[in-house]
Design a protein around this ligand. Structure first.
Ligand SMILES: [Ca+2]
Ligand SMILES: [Ca+2]
Length: 215
């Protein structure tokens, strides 16, 4: 029992040490979702994007509910760079709320395309292009966790990913510099925190392995 107690103490220490300086550990561009998954353990949140056309100001895609101040479009005809050819476009400024219905998460990644051609709808801004700056704010239960700014390389498929040492259940994207010029979002990914039951199973597995190694 003393050995098990020591192990519990060690694991508890590790768990609590991550609470210091809570927030974003890394935010960077990745080659694709596979590279982000390898770094963070993230899996798809929205699923591959469907071709739905114009929605209201809210749409649920897989485990994500997206909300915007204007019409949200989901589908083809916007970005030919997106995997599968479907993208999320927003009428007006690209301010987007992302609620994660699958629960607390520690990483968030997404495909993103910012065009620089003013006149076109497909792969274009469909308005005068602006070099936009976006802010990504992470929160848990409506309480602020951390935020970071994003500037995308133009006319290419970007994948951005954030890894945090604290959990969050929503991400708010705000176009702090820019206007109605289009930018496109693609499939989104999160790393989910294991359910308590799964965590206890994992913990007992680790302890069992440690005890066997000591025997
Ligand atoms: Ca822009
Ligand atoms: Ca814009």
């Amino acid at each position: 029992m003393k050995t098990m107690g020591t192990w519990f103490a060690a694991i508890t220490l590790v768990a609590f040490s991550s609470l210091a300086n809570a927030g974003i550990v890394t935010f960077s561009a990745y080659v694709n979702d596979g590279a982000f998954a390898a770094a963070s353990g993230a899996t798809s949140l929205t699923g591959a994007l469907p071709n739905l056309g114009a929605q209201g100001t809210s749409v649920t895609l897989g485990g994500a509910t997206l909300t915007a101040g204007n019409t949200i479009f989901v589908g083809s005809g916007w970005s030919s760079l997106m995997p599968g050819g479907n993208a999320i476009a927003i009428s007006g400024k690209e301010n987007l709320g992302i609620s994660i219905n699958t629960g607390a998460s520690t990483a968030f990644g997404f495909y993103f395309h910012e065009p620089s051609q003013s006149s076109a709808q497909l792969d274009g801004c469909n308005a005068t292009c602006v070099d936009s700056i976006f802010n990504l704010e992470f929160s848990l239960g409506g309480s602020y966790v951390d935020d970071v700014n994003l500037v995308a390389a133009k006319d290419k498929l970007n994948f951005f990913g954030a890894i945090l040492n604290q959990t969050f259940d929503s991400v708010t994207v705000t176009e702090t510099t820019g206007g109605i010029d289009n930018e496109f979002f693609g499939e989104m990914f999160v790393a989910r925190v294991p359910e308590p039951g799964t965590f206890i199973l994992l913990l007992s597995g680790i302890i069992g392995l440690a005890l066997r190694r000591r025997a």
